[in-house]
Design a binder for this molecule. Structure first.
Ligand code: ADP
Length: 455
């Protein structure tokens, strides 16, 4: 097992990794930018290194500084968290070249899933259904127009290197597609350094359902059930839950097997997520995220497993410790234990969604049965304006969905954050919405509801 792990991240995810290391008896090194000197993850770690200026390009994305920090402190492994360099195959390779262990899948697996067009092709080869669309990146507008005529409008252009909800454009007809192609290509070039785009049918009311998968170095790959993440704004998740209200045993078995097949296709080791769209009872592979995700706690709540500890163990070469979970690795049928919901609490105006950085003057998180709060915020913390606006994840667990919703409501009501605006009022309104209570949503639902409730 490792002696010392450097956590190449900040905020609640860095704290989450440090918590796992503490339980495993592993020393930790925090890294921070000049803007994060007072951050909680810095105080929680055994050692810390300042790796550069506030802008993440000079600090949390600065590979040279991160490698130097690991070498100076004598770390033997690096955990990337999520975001920043978590899906950067080159970073993983460099670490391996200098003799440090990367806590994540192989650079080859990251590359094959990171290019969305290659990933789609890999899925087709192993028999996992994909959304109808172009066989690979588009060569020209004409290429796109021909495919769109065949599959029908509306269509979605996606950057092959896209991520985080960016790099997508919808076109309702040929004229829009021609304009969108130019825009999408130049946007993708600027944002991701790769202008390639491909085309997919734009589904009208899909649900976003993703499966947590896990692989070890001994060839075992399993899944740990699904998370429903349909409540989204601008393709960004707002609330996640497990199990999905739309799930049946037969569908879980079929989607779970597809998720395991996807992970196996790239010899996956560690924690990963296979994302699908579900519409009219049919599911389609969308992409695989080769890292731990923001919403992993809901799976931890319904399985009782610590996924970050398991990532560390898998990177150290230990076999998976999950007993009897399905997948083709063997075991019994996956059975979620109760129901869990995660509310992403952002420092944002709950109506306009404008970021609201500033000093937190009062901070009192809720507690009690079935409540977990993952956060790096504290009273007096000045939220820097340079990074994303997530300040806390409230995760609730109940015996069933009804109890989880009631628990979510009371925990949101008891969560006191003053000094900055937060999305807590939005979540309270969401819990009160009939469709949310009935589990009757799609990826289009939230934006439509926001618009309707404004009119
Ligand atoms: P990213 O990597 O940027 O997160 P994804 O491919 O995961 O992009 O898609 C993000 C979201 O965009 C999905 O959850 C869904 O809401 C929407 N989306 C993606 N592909 C389609 C599609 N073919 N039809 C309808 N919605 C889609």
């Amino acid at each position: 097992m490792f002696q010392k792990i450097l956590v190449a991240n900040r905020g609640e995810i860095a704290l989450r990794v440090i918590a796992a290391c503490k339980e495993l008896g592993i020393q930790t090194v925090a890294v921070h930018s000049e803007a994060d000197r007072e951050a909680l993850h810095v105080q929680a770690a055994d050692e810390s290194v300042c790796i550069g200026p506030a802008a993440s390009s000079g600090s949390y994305l600065n590979i040279t500084s991160l490698v130097a920090a690991a070498e100076i402190t004598g770390a033997d492994a690096v955990h990337p968290g999520y975001g920043f360099l978590a899906e950067n195959a080159r970073f993983a390779e460099i670490l391996e070249e200098v003799g440090l262990t990367w806590i994540g899948p192989s650079p080859d697996a990251i590359r094959r899933m990171g290019d969305k067009a290659v990933a789609r092709d890999t899925m087709k080869r192993v028999g996992v259904p994909t959304v109808p669309g172009s066989p690979g990146p588009l060569d020209s507008v004409e290429d796109g127009l021909a495919i769109a005529d065949r599959i029908g409008y509306p269509v979605l252009l996606k950057a092959v290197a896209g991520g985080g909800g960016r790099g997508m454009r919808v076109a309702a007809n040929g004229k829009e597609l021609a304009a969108a192609f130019e825009l999408a290509t130049s946007e993708a070039e600027r944002a991701f350094g790769n202008g390639s785009v491909y085309l997919e049918k734009y589904l009208s009311e899909p649900r976003h359902i993703e499966f947590q998968v896990f692989g070890d170095q001994h060839g075992r790959v399993v899944h740990l059930g699904e998370r429903e993440c349909s409540l989204q704004r601008r393709h960004q998740k707002v609330l996640e839950e497990s199990p999905s209200p739309a799930m049946t045993r037969a569908l879980r078995a079929a989607m779970g097997n597809a998720a395991v097949a996807a992970a196996r296709a790239v010899d996956y080791v560690g924690a990963g997520t296979v994302e699908f769209l579900l519409e009219d009872g049919k599911f389609y592979f969308m992409e695989m995220n080769t890292r731990i995700q923001v919403e992993h706690p809901v799976t931890e709540m319904v399985t009782g497993f610590d996924l970050v500890k398991e990532q560390i163990r898998a990177a150290a070469g230990e076999p998976l410790s999950f007993p009897g979970v399905v997948g083709k690795g063997g075991g019994s049928e996956f059975q979620p234990r109760g129901h869990a919901i995660e509310f992403r609490i952002n420092a944002e105006d709950p109506v306009t969604f404008a970021p609201s950085p500033g000093t937190i003057t009062t901070f009192h998180p809720p507690g009690g049965p079935g409540v977990r709060v993952d956060t790096a915020a504290y009273q007096g913390w000045k939220i820097p304006p340079y990074y994303d606006s997530l300040i806390a994840k409230l995760v609730v667990h109940g015996r069933d969905r009804e109890e989880a919703l009631a628990r979510g409501k009371r925990a949101l009501e008891l969560f006191v954050i003053e000094g900055v605006k937060t999305t807590i009022p939005l979540h309270l309104r969401l819990i009160g919405a009939k469709d949310v209570r009935e589990g009757n949503t799609s990826t289009k639902w939230l934006e439509r509801w926001l618009k309707e409730s404004k009119d």
